[in-house]
Structure formats: structure tokens, C-alpha cells
Design a protein around this ligand. Structure first.
Ligand SMILES: [Zn+2]
Length: 107
């Protein structure tokens, strides 16, 4: 099965899986606890950087969350319309980039 990933500017690898069969046995339905404090601005509420994390569940929407409870969701780019795995990965990448941009532009 084809597999692709996205490497964040801080070197963290996020893997994408194409279809149910492709997912590893320990796949928990999304990315969790991916630290992004060095990629985005500090939390606008508490100023924290260390605890900022990128995550998602089984949905293609990603969010950034702070330990103070601040949370923001990114845009939805429907990956299920994708005809190729490249398109699917692009949707995921756009969703990840969108939440980082939204987080940084929040007043
Ligand atoms: Zn915070």
C-alpha cells in the first residue's frame, strides 16, 4: 500500500494512510500530541508555548490545543473526494496548515 507523510518544519513526521486496510494496527484514529509550540505563536490566553499540540481524531479536521483549554479548529478539506492518494495527502496538508495559520492570526 502506498503511504505518504508530511514533515512539519520542526522535523516531526505526520503519516497519512490511504484507506482502512493501510492503517497500522495501533492506529488510534488520528494524530495526537504533536508538539507545534515552535511553529506557531504562543497561546493568546495564557502565553504558553510548550503545551501547544496539533491533533485530530478520525476526522480530517485538525486542531491546536493548549493545556489552558484554548482550542482552535482548522478548515475542512474533504479528503474523501480525492481520486488519488496525492490529492488525499494534499487535503490533509491543507487542513494542518490552515489550523496553524488560524491560530497565528487569532487576536
Ligand atoms: Zn493557553
Amino acid at each position: 500500500m502506498e503511504k505518504r507523510s508530511m514533515t512539519l518544519p520542526n522535523g516531526i513526521l505526520i503519516e497519512f494512510y490511504w484507506g482502512e486496510k493501510d492503517k497500522p494496527k495501533n492506529y488510534s484514529g488520528g494524530v495526537h500530541f504533536v508538539p507545534v509550540g515552535d511553529l506557531v505563536k504562543p497561546c493568546p490566553f495564557c502565553g504558553d508555548v510548550e503545551s501547544l499540540e496539533l491533533s485530530n481524531t478520525h476526522t480530517p479536521i485538525y486542531e491546536i490545543e493548549c493545556r489552558c483549554g484554548a482550542k482552535m479548529e482548522g478548515d475542512y478539506h474533504d479528503p474523501y473526494e480525492s481520486k488519488t492518494f496525492q490529492d488525499y495527502c494534499l487535503c490533509r496538508e491543507l487542513a494542518i496548515k490552515s489550523v496553524m495559520k488560524l491560530w497565528d492570526t487569532r487576536a
